[in-house]
Design a protein. Structure first.
Length: 582
């Protein structure tokens, strides 16, 4: 009887509550973030970025930042001289349209920051290996690129131990000293629920040797965590601190999957203002003073944004977001060169999907993404279903009018499936059963389809690989969409980001090129324009804007100029012209 009472009491009692980890963000950084540390910085951890700038203003802490990709506000850490090195899959602006960062380009040119280049997928694999404690992870990416040569200490090709006839890449495990992430919710013991849409997944915090600093939209009780245990991605024992920071992802958006935490969209006005002042250091310094240094903490920051602005961002996911209705006024004659290219590319993409029966279609950021979106609607009109995907882990979404940023949370509610970057590139795009057509861009491309998106010369940094190399390494077929000039279509690349073996087609604003039996581009179609309806004249113009000697097919066709309906659809998807320039 005595034993029965003892065990009854044991099973009925609550487990020890654990350490209360709720502190202010300032206290969390003071205690856990030290100069010289390597820091995993999670996507959207912007409240922490601001506080780091306040805390280390005027100092040189020499941080090494580990990030899947940089984003607008995080770039200011480089401008402020707080970072000595970045290990990342991409260093550039991402929204509302992609582009090189003025801050990164200055720091690179002046040799104030080192950049270790990887891809989205290989970054996750390195962190995964670090979290699992296995030393390395096999990969299909990187091989044959300049990244492979640059990162010899962390990448090698080895014989497949179970198939000696083939080689496979291996990336070295990566662990950091501390990780900083922004979450949807956490309890006071550190159990953390992240947004289901995240570019860097959860491997970064799991690979941190010194634990995780968490900022969160909401602090919940432990019963809430138990009811939502299937959503908890970071266990409390890994967490060093929890700090309440509502709207802590701003100006980036945040997608919520739990009650009591609102989703909110991206603040493009804020991003564009920062991008504009970033051109001049003195203007950026003044902007930082207004938005960072003269603001005491996250509460003051949100007060400065104002309730009306925040409410508008929260309502973005529920708004139609196309104020002009669904019948924009257009005429063929006012189409921009970029719009003509995007519409022409959409036709090429749609035909390849039909011919090869592709099941999934990756839409790369910028103009390639808009071309894939238009192809999606072309195919749907014909009763052909294809799943649009993003490398960040969004599968089966439907692009809606009003926001041309592929990474926007605005498109997430229509998705069939939300997974992480490693699953997207490792399984959906390049797995054994994958039938993926990827549509991507290029800063430079040669006549064999090899791509450079990383740097030009020694002084100009572009953006890095992002998912570019992962797509050319894993997708069944790749189509490249990019504006044409002698600076882009080159005889010799300055840097080999992505080998072109899987690139079948190049669509420019002047023509369409397909690979011949020798693996070189051949001009197959000219893109019509209001300036010239003659294929011969167009071929001369195309050659004048190409760095290699163009070989033309026996018959070069002339693609029709886009009709008003095609142009109207494009402008519904990109009403501000952020990408298409319309």
């Amino acid at each position: 009887m005595k034993n029965e009472e003892y065990f009854r009491e044991m099973f009925a009692s609550e487990p020890p509550a654990g350490q209360d980890k709720i502190v202010s963000l300032r206290e969390a950084l003071e205690k856990n973030l030290k100069a010289g540390m390597s820091v995993f910085l999670g996507w959207n951890a912007n409240a922490a970025v601001c506080e780091i700038m306040r805390r280390y203003r005027g100092e040189k802490p020499g941080f090494t930042l580990v990030m899947s990709v940089t984003w607008n506000l995080s770039l200011n850490l480089v401008h402020c001289g707080l970072v000595k090195k970045i290990i990342s899959g991409g260093c550039s602006y991402t929204a509302p349209n992609p582009g090189p960062s003025h801050v990164i380009q200055r720091a690179w040119r002046e040799k104030k920051v080192q950049i270790e280049n990887w891809t989205l997928y290989s970054m996750q694999q390195r962190l995964m290996a670090g979290a699992l404690g296995v030393g390395f992870m096999p990969t299909r990416s990187i091989a044959g690129s300049s990244m492979a040569a640059e990162n010899k200490g962390c990448f090698i090709e080895i014989a497949d131990p179970f198939n000696s006839s083939r080689k496979i890449g291996a990336v070295k495990a990566l662990n950091t000293d501390i990780a900083i992430v922004h979450a949807l919710a956490a309890d006071r013991y550190g159990n953390t629920i992240m947004s289901p849409v995240s570019q860097d997944t959860l491997w970064g915090p799991r690979a941190s040797k010194g634990g995780v600093i968490v900022t969160t939209e909401k602090i919940v009780d432990h019963d809430f965590i138990r009811r939502h245990s299937y959503l908890v991605g970071i266990p409390g024992y890994l967490v060093k601190s929890v700090s309440l920071c509502p709207i802590g992802a701003h100006p980036e958006g945040l997608f919520s999957c739990i009650e009591g935490v609102d989703s909110y969209g991206e603040d493009y006005e804020f991003m564009l203002e920062q991008r504009k002042v970033s051109r001049e250091p003195v203007l950026l310094d003044a902007w930082l003073k207004r938005w960072i240094y003269d603001v005491g903490d996250q509460e003051e920051y949100t007060n400065r944004l104002g309730s009306e602005r925040i409410l508008a961002l929260k309502s973005k996911l529920n708004a139609t977001n196309h104020k002009g209705g669904l019948s924009p006024a257009v005429s063929e004659s006012d189409a921009s060169r970029t719009e003509v290219m995007i519409i022409a590319a959409s036709g090429v993409i749609a035909e390849r999907v039909k011919e090869s029966g592709y099941q999934v279609l990756l839409a790369g950021i910028g103009a390639p993404g808009l071309a894939a979106w238009l192809a999606y609607y072309r195919l749907r009109k014909e009763g052909i279903g294809v799943k649009l995907i993003l490398g960040s882990g969004v599968l089966g979404y439907q692009p809606s009018p009003g926001d041309s940023n592929l990474l926007s949370v605005y498109h997430v509610p229509s998705a069939d499936m939300l997974i992480d970057t490693s699953e997207m590139y490792g399984f959906i795009i390049s797995g054994e059963g994958a039938k993926c057509l990827s549509v991507i861009g290029a800063a430079q491309i040669d006549e064999r389809g090899n791509i450079n998106t990383t740097r030009v010369g020694a002084d100009t940094y572009i953006s890095g690989s992002g998912g570019n190399n992962d797509n050319t390494s894993g997708a069944a077929e790749v189509i490249v969409v990019t504006a044409q000039s002698k600076r882009r279509c080159v005889e010799q690349l300055d840097y080999l980001t992505s080998p072109g073996d899987r690139v079948s087609t190049l669509v420019t604003d002047r023509g369409v090129f397909s690979k011949d039996a020798d693996g070189r581009f051949v001009l197959t179609s000219c893109i019509s324009g209001i300036d010239s309806k003659c294929p011969v004249a167009k071929q001369d113009e195309i050659q004048d804007n190409c760095g290699w000697k163009i070989k033309a097919a026996a018959e070069v066709t002339l693609l029709d100029f886009p009709d008003e309906q095609e142009l109207a659809l494009l402008r519904l998807l990109d009403p501000h012209g952020y990408v298409s320039g319309g």
